[in-house]
Design a protein around this ligand. Structure first.
Ligand SMILES: NC(=O)c1ccc[n+]([C@@H]2O[C@H](COP(=O)([O-])OP(=O)(O)OC[C@H]3O[C@@H](n4cnc5c(N)ncnc54)[C@H](OP(=O)(O)O)[C@@H]3O)[C@@H](O)[C@H]2O)c1
Length: 351
């Protein structure tokens, strides 16, 4: 008869002697390269009262990290040279000196690219994660986690999308974009996606978009394709990229339209030379709202968002799109691929 005994909860005795970190060796110029990062080891820390030790299980690879690698102010401080890279991850408490956070608790938190890290309950973004049976843990770092919440906040809370609206999404084959396409479709919107290349555009169409446009074509062809895909104009633009696409879209917004500005990845690799948007007068002409947002500013709406994501996932109307790398040391390579525009869906590292 097979052994039915549950595996013993990990204890400090089972911990490795050292912690591995991915540190920033030098600041990237343009797209990051492998020599910007290094793998270093430090002794396993000893916990103080009130602290927990978390073992990273799923590392999140995000474009926002590119901004933290530059030495300029943002909504988080820059990563110091030779310090571990800042990043979100999903992990498991493997040692604890806090009664409310026992060993075995699964958490999502903004930490560092370290295979183990020490946190306290006030750690930025700390949340408990309770996976549903049969759903892989990594989904809670993607479409059923921060990615899905970002898509929902931008589309519903900021973009105020309604059934019948025409919703345009940039980087539509990416993590956030692919989730927005599926959410908007489920809400009864007409969905148009912008993606780089014919293969990504075909993928966006398979996700349920009514139209998908390759944005890496000549400007005239792109404008013609957008006019054909949204002949009545655009009610909601979920913008992940900024740059020249924003200029292209502004005159094509409908009166009273909403632009949910999620990110500006078009300028992350070259933040010293941002694209100068020339069409802002359209905000007046069309009485548009352009609003930037950070997902976790909308904490009061996240339970509602999570319920909708879980519900749609349960009905098969939200299928997480992911590209999954394996092993802690693959974090820099996964990040470089993301910043080169090579990826589709959420970029994750399973450890
Ligand atoms: N506000 C928030 O709280 C929040 C939270 C999470 C993410 N974000 C932002 O959301 C955006 C998407 O993040 P993600 O994690 O979902 O990444 P992602 O879409 O999975 O990956 C990035 C994609 O951006 C596209 N891209 C890169 N450079 C571009 C350019 N110059 N012009 C047009 N498209 C370009 C590429 O797709 P193509 O090949 O299709 O061009 C690339 O694959 C980022 O700007 C990120 O900072 C914001």
């Amino acid at each position: 008869m097979p052994d039915q005994t549950p595996p013993a909860a990990p204890t400090a005795a089972a911990l490795p002697a050292t912690v591995r970190h991915i540190v920033l060796r030098r600041r990237p110029v343009g797209v990051p390269t492998p020599d910007c990062f290094a793998l270093v080891e430090t002794p396993m820390p000893v916990l103080d009262d009130g602290q927990m030790l978390v073992r990273m299980r799923v590392g999140s690879v995000d474009p926002a990290i590119r901004g933290f690698l530059d030495d300029r102010p943002s909504y988080l401080p820059p990563v110091a040279i030779d310090a571990p890279v800042t990043g979100m991850s999903l992990g498991e408490v493997v040692a604890s000196r806090h009664a409310d956070w026992p060993v075995g608790t699964l958490v999502r938190v903004l930490g560092t690219w370290s295979d183990h890290y020490v946190i306290t309950p006030d750690a930025l973004g700390l949340e408990r994660v309770t996976p549903q049976p049969g759903v892989p843990l990594r989904a809670y770092m993607g479409a059923l986690g921060p990615v899905g919440l970002t898509a929902w906040v931008g589309l519903v809370a900021v973009g105020q999308a309604r059934p019948g609206d025409t919703v345009l999404v940039s980087a539509a084959a990416g993590a956030t974009g692919s989730t927005v396409v599926q959410l908007a479709r489920a809400m009864g919107c007409r969905v148009v996606g912008l993606a780089g290349g014919a293969d990504k555009a075909a993928l966006v169409q398979r996700l349920g978009a009514d139209a998908a446009i390759d944005h890496r074509v000549a400007p005239d062809a792109l404008a013609t394709a957008l006019d054909a895909a949204a002949p009545q104009g655009i009610d909601v633009y979920f913008d992940n990229v900024g740059g020249p696409l924003l200029d292209l879209v502004l005159p094509r917004m409908r009166e009273g339209g909403r632009i949910a500005l999620c990110g500006m990845i078009a300028q992350y690799n070259d933040a010293d030379h941002p694209h100068g948007v020339t069409q802002l007068w359209q905000l007046v002409v069309k009485r548009l709202t352009l609003r930037g947002f950070l997902t976790y500013d909308h904490a009061d709406r996240l339970a509602e968002a999570q319920a909708m994501l879980d519900d749609l996932h349960g009905r098969g109307q939200l299928v997480p799109l992911e590209n999954v790398h394996r092993g802690f040391e693959s974090l820099p390579g996964a990040f470089i691929a993301l910043m080169q525009g090579q990826t589709t869906g959420k970029t994750l590292v399973e450890i």
